[in-house]
Design a protein around this ligand. Structure first.
Ligand code: G3P
Ligand code: CA
Length: 309
């Protein structure tokens, strides 16, 4: 029979094993290059991803869309007109089912094959010096980043694809497995963390890619209540609120940590007007005062590796 003192040691030991610590997640802060180093290069192009690596990003973020021929491509918007010259190259191929604000025409990426997407210029919109930059497939993005940084893919708009009979999550899972990104070896050299605003998609990733961490994105303060985060912690490894939500409720960081969830904020930009003296100072506030684990920034070169304020 165990003596009370021994019992206490056993119970404390078990608690340390199974209970998430309020101090938990990440041992060091993680820098995620938002759409690559998109403050200085056109988002989701080779230039943007390479610059993110040069600026020592821990992770590079590809937003993911699906082409007409079922391939994963790196693109933030569902449509192409903001970041490419699609209106010039394919003037009649705008969507008849989807429109932007005020009825503006939209060219959905899902209406174009990869061969067609490769005809587009994804750099000139940003600066003539980037003219001719190509859109990239997810596989191409992986080949640029693999072994040099982690990959933080966001499954964008899964419901849009579901309405079109396309199972985006299934295509993604197949791609991850085909590239062996979920193997222990690969996870050591090229960690992957999946993100989505779509709660059911994050749930599905927990079942279909259980070895890969997964983060729920939100801009809604309703998602940081204890009850909601407790639900989330049953299948997600982290929560990623818009930075405004964290700034209004910095106590959510400790509450998320107590549930074993990492906290990641988005998005920090040197060109955004804020009350901080610099984006570096803003990031330091979130990382070292409020204790978040990671953040998305357009300016990886401004990331504060330690609190030197
Ligand atoms: O994925 C984190 C952050 O990037 C969410 O915002 O619109 O830039 O994808 P968005
Ligand atoms: Ca994103």
């Amino acid at each position: 029979m165990l003596q009370p003192a021994c019992l206490t040691v056993v119970i404390v030991g078990l608690c340390l094993i199974v209970a998430p610590s309020a101090q938990r997640p990440s041992p060091s802060k993680q820098l995620i290059a938002h759409r690559g180093a998109s403050g200085d290069a056109p988002e989701h192009t080779f230039a943007s991803y390479q610059l993110a690596l040069d600026q020592h990003a821990d992770f590079v973020e590809p937003d993911i869309a699906v082409s007409k021929d079922g391939q994963l491509v790196c693109l933030h918007d569902d449509s192409l007109e903001r970041t490419t010259n699609v209106e010039d190259v394919f003037p009649d191929r705008y969507s008849r089912e989807v429109q932007g604000r005020d009825g503006a025409r939209q060219w959905l990426a899902n209406d174009f094959t990869v061969a067609e997407l490769k005809q587009l210029d994804a750099g000139s919109w940003r600066d003539p010096k980037f003219a001719g930059a190509k859109l990239l497939t997810f596989e191409e993005m992986v080949s640029i980043v693999r072994g040099k940084a982690g990959i933080y893919p966001e499954l964008k708009s899964p419901p849009l694809y579901t309405r079109r009979g396309v199972d985006m999550a299934a295509i993604f899972v197949t791609s991850i497995k085909a590239q062996k990104l979920d193997t222990p070896d690969s996870m050591t050299t090229t960690p992957v963390i999946i993100q989505s605003f779509d709660w059911p998609t994050v749930q599905r990733m927990a079942k279909e890619l259980p070895s890969i961490p997964r983060v729920f994105l939100t801009s809604n303060a309703k998602d940081i209540t204890d009850d909601r985060m407790k639900d989330l912690a049953t299948f997600a490894t982290g929560i990623a609120p818009e930075k405004r939500v964290i700034a209004q409720h910095p106590d959510m960081v400790a509450r998320a940590h107590a549930l074993g969830l990492t906290v990641t904020a988005w998005t920090f930009s040197a060109t955004e007007k804020t009350t901080y003296a610099s984006v570096k100072e803003e990031m330091a506030q979130f990382l070292y005062t409020w204790g978040i684990d990671a953040l998305f920034t357009n300016n990886p070169d401004q990331f504060p590796r330690s609190d030197s304020r």
